[in-house]
Design a protein around this ligand. Structure first.
Ligand code: SF4
Length: 212
């Protein structure tokens, strides 16, 4: 099983290959916009979400404006994204709560965030880390699950268990970085469908490498 020394080396190589400071590729101007974009990103590509939110935030901006909408008024803006009906309902319901209970602001802590409709731990981690620089946990998506298992960091598909293991192994200030570096590797050479180990910068240290 992976230890700190191994993770440090993985992080060092991934940073060299991708970027020292990684961040979400979702576009946002404030925490509310990132929360909406992250809620829309479930089972949709960030690039598609960015196209949608660029137009959406021209029409409606604040939680107050979203709270006044009926979900079907949102559908015409977000209808090209998967699961748009449930996403639209959750965004309007969340906007109402923020407007009524949080003075129109996104809460800065995990406990309050995961009570919002449609907001799970992954979404909360993305918003807390990227918008507030509050590092309570690590956002684990399907790429992170694949990469963590292949690197021997975890032997489970359970995001919460993988997050807990990574939180033991990386410094808090790296919580956003590790998530986005694993996503970058998972989109690049270590995809769920195929691993391209001969092109991977971890091929000589990865326990699942085919290229050693
Ligand atoms: S060496 Fe292969 S299995 Fe390991 S991280 Fe790279 S692509 Fe994935």
């Amino acid at each position: 099983m992976a230890d700190r020394e191994f993770i440090d080396e993985v992080m060092r190589r991934l940073k060299k290959r991708y970027r020292e400071e990684m961040k979400t590729s979702l576009e946002f101007a404030n925490p509310w916009e990132l929360l909406v974009a992250t809620m829309l990103s479930a089972q949709s590509q960030d690039i598609q979400v960015n196209r949608v939110t660029r137009e959406l935030f021209k029409a409606y901006r604040t939680p107050r404006e979203f709270a006044k909408l009926r979900p079907n008024q949102l559908y015409r803006h977000i209808g090209r994204l998967g699961l748009y009906r449930s996403k639209g309902r959750n965004i309007v319901a969340t906007a109402k709560i923020l407007y009524n209970d949080f003075n129109g602001s996104v809460p800065r802590d995990m406990e309050e965030m995961v009570k919002l409709p449609g907001v799970g731990r992954k979404t909360a981690n993305v918003v807390l880390g990227n918008a507030f620089h509050v590092y309570e946990g690590i956002a684990i998506d399907t790429h992170c699950i694949t990469v963590a298992n292949r690197l021997g960091i975890a032997r489970t598909k359970n995001p919460r268990a993988i997050e807990a293991k990574l939180m033991e192994l990386v410094d808090r200030k790296e919580y956003v970085n590790v998530s986005h570096l694993f996503i970058a590797l998972g989109r690049d050479v270590c995809t769920a469908r195929m691993k391209h180990c001969s092109d991977c910068m971890l091929k000589d240290i990865c326990p699942s490498s085919d290229a050693r």
